[in-house]
Design a protein around this ligand. Structure first.
Ligand SMILES: NC(=O)c1ccc[n+]([C@@H]2O[C@H](COP(=O)([O-])OP(=O)(O)OC[C@H]3O[C@@H](n4cnc5c(N)ncnc54)[C@H](OP(=O)(O)O)[C@@H]3O)[C@@H](O)[C@H]2O)c1
Length: 292
């Protein structure tokens, strides 16, 4: 299958381009070839494109950037996916698009299902919700809502904690906001399975398990580091409140962990829980391949 992928300089796009290349002919579309902010750049790319599947992980993912420039956020995260989906519908191309748990208002604990009404509290969430609706207005397309993406393609919170713990720096993390991580290795495998199936519609695609705060995730990281032997003791991690985070100008929803039962049913397999995925990731970081 000929598969076009945007956002290949980002976490998800890079993981997908690498993973899918063993089974498909991949056409990477980084921003330098296809700028979603520029309607004519996107139209030029689409006019010259021959593919059976168009995967769109590209987007403005910084909440603060979206908050600072709502028209740009809507252009990249909503209008561009809509234009891709309209082009794809006219050619019989299937679109796989990525969205976020931040479409939810997240006021109460629990797992959010695909049928729960979204209620975004910031421009990022509003723009992503508009993007998923535009893509799903054409039958056959697939929208995967991921959360808290982690992987070797680009440093994330887990890598920051790993580096700080290794250096012996003081650690602190928000303890009153809960979600579920999504490991890029697992996400790429799910996408590979999904594009071989006729799955369509909306799917929650994260690693399952008990919802976890940044503080809980940081605690799990240092425990694995100790088990692996790169630190002698688990350092203290100070708990912070979301409201204390001065750098957060955009509101964050507090409870956005997603229910992955539909993903599991569609793939016909159990989805690996986040502690197992985290363990593999941290141990790989502790003992990189070829390191003795
Ligand atoms: N990161 C998370 O924790 C998270 C959580 C939930 C859902 N998601 C969703 O998952 C998807 C993938 O996220 P990610 O973690 O891979 O994000 P990422 O690492 O921030 O990568 C975003 C990608 O989008 C590209 N991009 C940004 N603006 C663009 C434009 N105007 N034209 C073309 N490309 C543009 C970036 O290119 P440049 O390198 O050129 O900037 C980059 O390749 C996104 O749709 C996001 O909303 C992410």
């Amino acid at each position: 299958m000929r598969v076009a992928i945007t956002g290949t300089t980002g976490r998800v796009g890079a993981a997908l381009a690498r993973h899918l290349a063993s089974r498909h002919q991949v056409f990477p579309l980084p921003r330098s070839l296809c700028d979603l902010a520029d309607r004519s750049s996107l139209a030029r790319t689409l006019a010259g494109l021959d593919c059976g599947i168009f995967i769109n992980p590209a987007g403005i993912t910084s909440l603060e950037s979206c908050q600072d420039d709502p028209p740009l956020a809507m252009r990249v995260n909503a209008q561009a996916p809509g234009e891709i989906a309209a082009w794809a519908a006219s050619r019989g191309v299937r679109v796989v698009h990525f969205s976020t748990d931040y479409v939810f208002g997240g006021q109460t604990p629990g797992l959010r299902s695909e049928t729960e009404a979204p209620e975004p509290v910031n421009v990022y969430g509003q723009s992503k919700l508009a993007g998923e609706r535009a893509v799903l207005s054409h039958p056959g397309n697939l929208v995967l809502r991921a959360s808290w993406i982690i992987g070797p393609e680009k440093p994330s919170f887990v890598d920051q904690i790993f580096a700080a713990a290794l250096a012996g720096f003081p650690l602190a993390a928000v303890a009153d906001k809960f979600s579920l991580p999504t490991f890029t290795h697992d996400l790429a495998e799910w996408v590979a399975g999904l594009i071989d199936s006729d799955a369509s519609g909306l799917l929650h695609a994260c690693n399952p398990g008990a919802p976890v705060s940044w503080h809980g995730l940081a605690t799990a990281v240092v425990k694995e580091m100790k088990a692996c032997g790169v630190i002698a003791e688990c350092p203290e991690i100070a708990g912070q409140k979301l409201t204390e985070m001065q750098a957060f100008r955009a509101l964050r929803p507090r409870f956005t962990a997603m229910d992955t039962r539909r993903l599991s049913a569609v793939l016909g397999q159990a989805i690996r829980p986040w502690p197992a995925a985290l363990k593999q990731y941290v141990w790989q970081r502790c003992r990189p391949p070829g390191d003795g």
